[in-house]
Design a protein around this ligand. Structure first.
Ligand code: AMP
Ligand code: GLY
Length: 427
């Protein structure tokens, strides 16, 4: 079959790598792709926001399945438009994608259905929001309702920070995404990323992962899209996974179906594992990036039939096999990220790096120029490795990084620290 993958980050490189290996795949296209994806797929310049153009491309290239990577086209209803044109598409509808597209929607759904999450209130007026935070103790968390590319959450330790966040968001500083805000209780615990493949009715838990969202070592510095990840997440054992499915994922699927918006696709629950059990921090309606990279390294089954089964409502008796080993990825980003950064610097040594045992390198913001690989984004490379445990995977990933020559890049040196603390020390 012919497949069109949409997106151009590390997540999509990992998906392309996995789908290109499927015996079901004849031709694989990716829009827009990147220099790494170009090894697996034919990259095409398509404006994803132009649904008519995507539809026309699918028709003229006989696309049998479209796989949507990022959230923006899902929230914009691309799946609805492609399916209406008779093109099979993996991912949630616009109505179902509100689980990520509106934090207020997701929080109300939790409240009505008894899904454990931080206590919250929704606001459109700054004075009311400020009165609310003054009546509560600090810290509180202030969130823009809509998609804000990672800038919409402020964990405020002081009243002044909370008020500044309220003024910024309700004052229009994040555009329409901040026209409404959610103010919620601060949750204390360990964060983990939980993924379920959903077909509208049934769901199967995928492997778990933990991300490192802060730019700097020791989980310091600004929030980013994610600077590294590993799988499995030791904090989610089998019993915890079953609990998350029972208390969070399955009630959400039932609620979405009951409101006429059945959820199909990958449901990514950002969790806080608190002393009182798992609580939902937020939903995303797609794979995490960089969590997807470590999941794809560990997935032994063919991904393509799983995506087809999810889209077709056939997941009930589906099973996926996972490599029992650990996978870890370190993100290499352009200096300055998540703030301003330069594009166009040359990256060398990638082949030597990829030859380290167990290592796979997925590209994010890269482009090819006359045989050279140039940085072309904030997050640029994902240096991934499998190992018998997180410690071994990490040693391999950092060995690979030591072979990469890219002075304009930076990376965290402590990816995996929580998991490694839990692993028994090697003798
Ligand atoms: P998000 O963009 O929603 O993933 O939020 C960014 C980060 O803010 C999360 O990964 C958490 O570390 C933190 N966060 C969000 N909500 C809460 C909360 N209610 N309590 C504690 N931390 C939170
Ligand atoms: N790694 C976090 C995310 O994909 O949202």
């Amino acid at each position: 079959m012919n497949i069109l993958l949409l997106g151009g980050g590390g997540r999509e490189h990992a998906l392309a790598w996995k789908m290109a290996a499927s015996p079901l795949t004849d031709r694989l296209f990716c829009a827009p792709g990147n220099a790494g994806i170009a090894r697996e797929a034919q990259c095409v310049a398509l404006d994803i926001a132009d649904h008519a153009a995507v539809t026309a491309f699918c028709r003229s290239n006989r696309i049998d399945l479209v796989v949507v990577g990022p959230e923006a086209p899902l929230c914009a209803g691309l799946v609805d438009d492609l399916e209406a044109a008779g093109i099979k598409t993996f991912g949630p509808s616009r109505a179902a994608a509100r689980l990520e597209g509106s934090k207020g929607f997701a929080k109300d759904l939790c409240r009505v259905n008894g899904i454990p999450t931080a206590g919250f209130e929704r606001f459109r007026v700054a004075d009311a929001a400020k009165a609310h935070v003054r009546s509560r103790g600090m810290p509180v968390v202030v969130k823009a309702d809509g998609l804000a590319a990672g800038k919409g959450v402020v964990v405020a330790g002081t009243l002044a920070e909370a008020e500044a966040a309220i003024d910024l968001m309700l004052g229009g500083g994040l555009g329409v995404a901040g026209a409404e805000i959610v103010i919620e209780e601060f949750l204390d615990g360990e964060e983990a990323s939980f993924f379920a493949l959903c077909d509208g009715d049934a769901a199967i838990a995928l492997a778990t992962a933990q991300d490192h969202k802060r730019a700097g070592d020791g989980d310091k510095g600004p929030n980013t899209g994610g600077m590294g990840a590993y799988s499995p997440a030791p904090v989610i054992d089998g019993a915890m996974s079953a609990r998350v499915m029972r208390d969070i994922v399955l009630p959400t699927l039932r609620a979405m179906k009951a409101m006429g918006a059945p959820y199909k696709g990958v449901l990514y629950a950002g969790l806080m594992i608190t002393a009182a059990g798992p609580k939902l921090i937020e939903y995303n309606v797609r794979f995490g990036d960089p969590e997807c990279q470590v999941l794809m390294l560990r997935l032994k089954s063919d991904l393509v039939p799983a995506l087809i089964a999810a889209r077709g409502g056939m997941l009930k008796s589906f099973d996926l096999r996972w490599d029992p080993r650990a996978a870890l990825t370190v993100v290499m980003a352009a200096k300055g990220y998540p703030g301003a950064y330069a594009r166009g610097s040359v990256i060398e040594g990638l082949e030597a790096a990829a030859s380290v045992e167990g290592v796979e390198i997925f590209h994010a913001g890269t482009r090819a120029d006359d045989g050279r690989i140039l940085a072309d984004g904030g997050r640029v490379l994902n240096v991934c490795a499998l190992g018998d445990d997180v410690r071994e995977a990490r040693a391999r990933a950092y060995e690979a990084i030591s072979r990469i020559r890219w002075p304009q890049g930076f990376y965290r040196r402590d990816i995996g620290w929580r998991a490694i603390e839990r692993e028994k020390p090697h003798s």
